[in-house]
Design a protein around this ligand. Structure first.
Ligand code: 9WN
Length: 439
């Protein structure tokens, strides 16, 4: 499957539904590819980071010019990166989107290096990637610190990677949708409408992206700004990886590890809810009380509006800071309890951790990011369980992932109870992360 989806310089997530290069897909794909071909894994990441903008952002899509414009929406003529993104330093020769995706890249670069350090050194892989990764993190920690508390905000649901999560319902609800007739959804040529986001949600995605483009992709001032626990946890995990890369290149890496620890503390300070035993998203554009409200303790203030209020929806994103080494022990233990409790059913009702609360009102076992289980989030959970000494649970989740991947034809996502395949089949990160688990 990974061979079929390889274009010569990168891997498409799926030939039909996603025929270009996607940012966090490529990071997960490289993590698996390194076991098959460290050279291809390096190339995958080099191609993506080669499309970086001068302001440091790594675009969420790098378009393949040989794919017809109507094969995927929004296409390059919507984003107009080389013109609308000129002041932000978009590349001139390659067309990209103007938004980002979760920063798993430094972690991927480090793991790919480790797979074949000799090849990596011979190709100066780390020394070529390091400045790009450092600029990427700098962009997120400075231009995207829209809440002023040290964490990065996403400005579009597509940036967090879980497009249609119920976490976005409230912040997206404030966005006036673009008229349905103003765009054509290519995704419905490949995906079942009942598994995909609704037309109304798409109208809002289009409005947010078009407004960002029309502001020249300048950060700040948009209608949507959310601090998400998964996005920030991956940034912190990548900052630890960047520290290791720096050490390999002859620096100490100490400052980066220290920064990762400070960011872990900020994540806990801003997004942890002790009463619920998990992390929540913070909605930076809601009105009402002050910026430091939390759901725990004073439940009313944090969970019901207010600028910077926490969004009271349980997403698997709120469990995934478990991948962080500097997480306090009691928080790690609470996350494991929540993962195995009624909301996520790990080791109980669910075969794999669902993307969203099994008991939540918006739960739907088949609709995009509103309940089904994804392989990347479960791979991260497996890693987090192992990191915090939960080897029995990690082994069980690994076995469940391998079964579900094979039985589903390496589906994009599956029903969390039955493992029934949903979305695209032959999905690249499912295949790649399966390979990684087998090694
Ligand atoms: C929008 C490619 C991407 C994944 C995302 C997933 C989906 C795109 C879409 O596909 O998003 O970026 O068209 O729905 O939600 O996580 O990276 O696989």
């Amino acid at each position: 499957m990974l061979d079929d989806n390889w274009t010569g310089t990168s891997t498409v997530p799926s030939r039909g539904l996603y025929p270009h290069q996607w940012s966090w897909d490529s990071a997960f794909i490289a993590i698996g590819l390194r076991h098959l071909s460290p050279l291809r894994a390096q190339t995958e990441l080099e191609t993506l980071l080669g499309a970086q903008w001068a302001d440091g952002r790594v675009p969420h899509i790098v378009f393949n010019p040989s794919v017809p414009l109507d094969a995927y929406f929004p296409s390059p003529d919507f984003w107009r990166s080389s013109t609308a993104g000129r002041s932000a330093g978009a590349p001139r020769t390659v067309q990209t989107s103007g938004i980002v995706q979760p920063p798993v890249h430094a972690l991927a670069v480090w793991l790919v290096h480790r797979a074949d350090p000799g090849l990596s050194r011979a190709r100066s892989f780390l020394s070529r990637m390091y400045p790009r990764l450092a600029a990427w993190h700098r962009y997120l920690l400075h231009r995207r610190d829209l809440g002023g508390g040290g964490l990065a905000s996403v400005v579009h649901p597509w940036e967090q990677g879980m497009d249609n999560s119920p976490c976005w319902d409230a912040p997206l609800g404030r966005v006036t949708p673009a008229p349905a007739r103003s765009f054509r959804r290519a995704d419905l040529d490949h995906g079942a409408p009942e598994d995909r986001p609704t037309d109304l949600d798409y109208g809002r995605y289009v409005r947010l992206a078009a407004d960002y483009r029309d502001r020249g992709y300048a950060d700040g001032g948009g209608e949507f700004a959310v601090e998400d626990p998964l996005f920030n946890a991956l940034l912190i995990a990548s900052e630890h990886a960047l520290a290791r890369i720096a050490r390999e290149l002859g620096a100490t890496g100490t400052a980066r590890h220290a920064r990762a620890e400070r960011l872990t503390a900020a994540l806990v300070e801003r997004l942890w809810d002790p009463a619920e035993g998990m992390f929540f998203c913070r909605d930076g554009r809601s009105d009402g009380d002050g910026g430091n409200s939390r759901t725990g303790g004073d439940r009313g203030s944090g969970r019901t509006g207010g600028p910077g209020a926490l969004i009271p929806e349980r997403s698997v994103a709120g469990l995934l800071p478990l991948v962080l080494p500097a997480l306090p022990r009691d928080i790690a233990a609470a996350l494991v309890r929540t993962a195995c409790g009624p909301h996520f059913g790990l080791g109980g009702a669910a075969r794999l951790a669902p993307s969203y609360d099994l008991t939540g009102e918006a739960f739907d076992p088949h609709r995009y990011w509103r309940g089904p289980a994804w392989f990347n989030t479960n791979w991260l959970l497996e890693r987090g369980l192992r990191l915090h000494g939960e080897h029995g649970r990690a082994d069980a989740l690994r076995a469940a992932l391998l079964d579900a991947a094979g039985e589903s034809g390496f589906a994009e996502y599956v029903d969390p109870f039955t493992g029934e395949a949903c979305g695209a089949l032959g999905f690249s990160w499912t295949a790649a992360l399966t390979l990684d688990l087998l090694h």
